[in-house]
Design a protein around this ligand. Structure first.
Ligand code: GDD
Ligand code: MG
Length: 334
C-alpha cells in the first residue's frame, strides 16, 4: 500500500474577515509566517504519497495562483475556483473531481506538526468512514467541538457552541481524512458549512478522532497568526532550508526570517519576526513578535510588537504599535 497515490483538497477560499485590513489586499493563506506563507506550511503537511492537492479557491484566487506559479511547491497543486463563496462543504464538493478514496481534506489555515502518515494508518486501523484530527484547547468556543467514546469514535460534534455549552475541550483541528463516499452527502453547487450541516448526518457512519500530540494553531486571527509563527520558529523542520537571518545594520535576535533586499539602520529585530522583501527600518527602530510584509517602511525610533503590517505600509517615526494589524482599507469600507 506504500506506493498508493492519494489526493488532497485544501480549502483556501475564505474571506479572512478576522484578519482585516490585511486580508483586503492579501488572502490569509499568503501571509508569511517564519519566512513562508501559511499555504506553504499547510501543503508541507502532506505526505510524499499525495500526488496532487486541489486548492478550493474563491476570494483572491488569482493571488494564490500567482504565488504557486512563482513558487511551485513540492506537492503538485491544481486550483479550482468558485464563483460565489460555497462555504466549507460546498467548496469541498466543488473541488472533489478526481478525489482519491480515501482523500485528505485540510483547512488552509492550520499550522501544525501533525503526522498525516500516522493519521492515515489510524484511519485504516479503525476502518473509519472519516477521521478528524483533534486538538485540545482552553477555549473551544470558536471551533468545532467533538465528544469521543472509549474507542475514539466521535459520538457528538457541535460547531462553535456557546462557551458554557461546549461538550469537551477537543476541537476539530481542521485536518481530516474521508472515504470518497462522503461526497454523496453534499449537494453540488450549494453554499453550506460541512461542519454545521453535514457532520451531524455522517457521524453514524463511523468518524474517529485522532488526538494530536503535536503543536497546533488556527492562523485565522491576529493572535493565532503570531502564535503560529512562534510555533513554527520553535519547531524548525530539518528537511527545509533555514530562513535567512542576516540583516546588515541591525542587531538581530533570533529566531527571525529576513526577506531579500531589506535594509536597516541601527534597528533591533527579533525575536520571532518575519520581514518580507525590501523592508526598510530606520535608526533605532525595534521590531519583535511581528510580521512586516513586502515593502514596509518603518521610521526611526518606531516600536512594533505583536503586530502584522501589510505590504507597502509606512509606519511613521516614533510610532508605538502593539497588537495591531495595519493595512489599507478599500474606499467605501469603514
Ligand atoms: N473555497 C472556500 N470557500 N474556502 C472557504 C470558504 C468558502 O466559502 N469558507 C472558508 N473557507 C476556507 C478558509 O479559507 C479556511 O482555510 C477553511 O476553509 C476553514 O474556514 P475558517 O473560516 O478558517 O473556519 P474556522 O476557523 O472558523 O473553523 C474551521 O476550522 C476550525 C479549526 O481551525 C472549522 O472547520 C472548525 O470546525 C475547526 O475547529
Ligand atoms: Mg480558521
Amino acid at each position: 500500500m506504500s506506493d498508493e497515490r492519494l489526493r488532497a483538497i485544501v480549502l483556501v477560499g475564505g474571506l479572512g474577515t478576522r484578519l482585516r485590513p490585511i486580508t483586503y489586499t492579501v488572502p490569509k493563506q499568503l501571509i508569511p509566517l517564519a519566512g513562508q506563507p501559511v499555504l506553504y506550511h499547510v501543503l508541507d503537511l502532506l505526505p510524499r504519497n499525495v500526488e496532487e492537492a486541489t486548492l478550493a479557491c474563491g476570494y483572491k484566487a488569482e493571488a494564490i495562483e500567482a504565488y504557486l506559479t512563482a513558487h511551485p511547491h513540492r506537492v503538485k497543486t491544481r486550483v479550482v475556483r468558485e464563483s460565489q463563496p460555497l462555504g466549507t462543504g460546498g467548496a469541498m464538493r466543488n473541488a472533489a473531481s478526481g478525489a482519491s478514496d480515501p482523500f485528505f481534506l485540510l483547512n488552509g489555515d492550520v499550522i501544525s506538526g501533525i503526522d498525516l502518515t500516522q493519521m492515515l494508518a489510524f484511519h485504516r486501523e479503525k476502518g473509519a468512514f472519516g477521521t478528524m484530527s483533534l486538538a485540545e484547547v482552553e477555549d473551544p468556543q470558536p471551533f468545532g467541538v467533538a465528544v469521543l467514546d472509549g474507542e475514539e469514535r466521535i459520538t457528538r460534534f457541535v460547531e462553535k457552541p456557546p462557551r458554557a455549552e461546549a461538550p469537551s475541550r477537543w476541537i476539530n483541528a481542521g485536518v481530516t481524512i474521508w472515504s470518497r463516499e462522503v461526497l454523496e452527502q453534499i449537494p453540488d453547487r450549494v453554499p453550506l458549512s460541512f461542519e454545521s450541516e453535514v457532520m451531524g448526518s455522517v457521524l453514524s457512519k463511523g468518524i474517529y478522532g485522532f488526538c494530536l500530540r503535536s503543536f497546533w494553531e488556527d492562523a485565522g486571527t491576529p493572535a493565532g497568526i503570531l502564535h503560529a509563527q512562534r510555533l513554527l520558529f520553535d519547531h524548525p523542520r530539518k528537511d527545509r532550508l533555514a530562513a535567512r537571518s542576516q540583516l546588515e545594520g541591525a542587531q538581530v535576535l533570533p529566531p527571525v526570517a529576513i526577506g531579500r533586499g531589506c535594509h536597516a539602520d541601527g534597528a533591533v529585530v527579533g525575536r520571532y519576526v518575519t520581514l518580507g522583501q525590501e523592508v526598510r527600518l530606520g535608526q533605532g527602530a525595534r521590531v519583535e513578535d511581528s510580521i512586516l510584509m513586502d515593502g514596509v517602511e518603518v521610521g526611526p525610533g518606531a516600536r512594533i510588537q505583536g503586530s502584522i503590517v501589510g505590504p507597502g505600509q509606512s509606519i511613521p517615526s516614533g510610532t508605538v504599535l502593539e497588537g495591531r494589524c495595519v493595512g489599507s482599507t478599500p474606499e467605501g469600507v469603514s
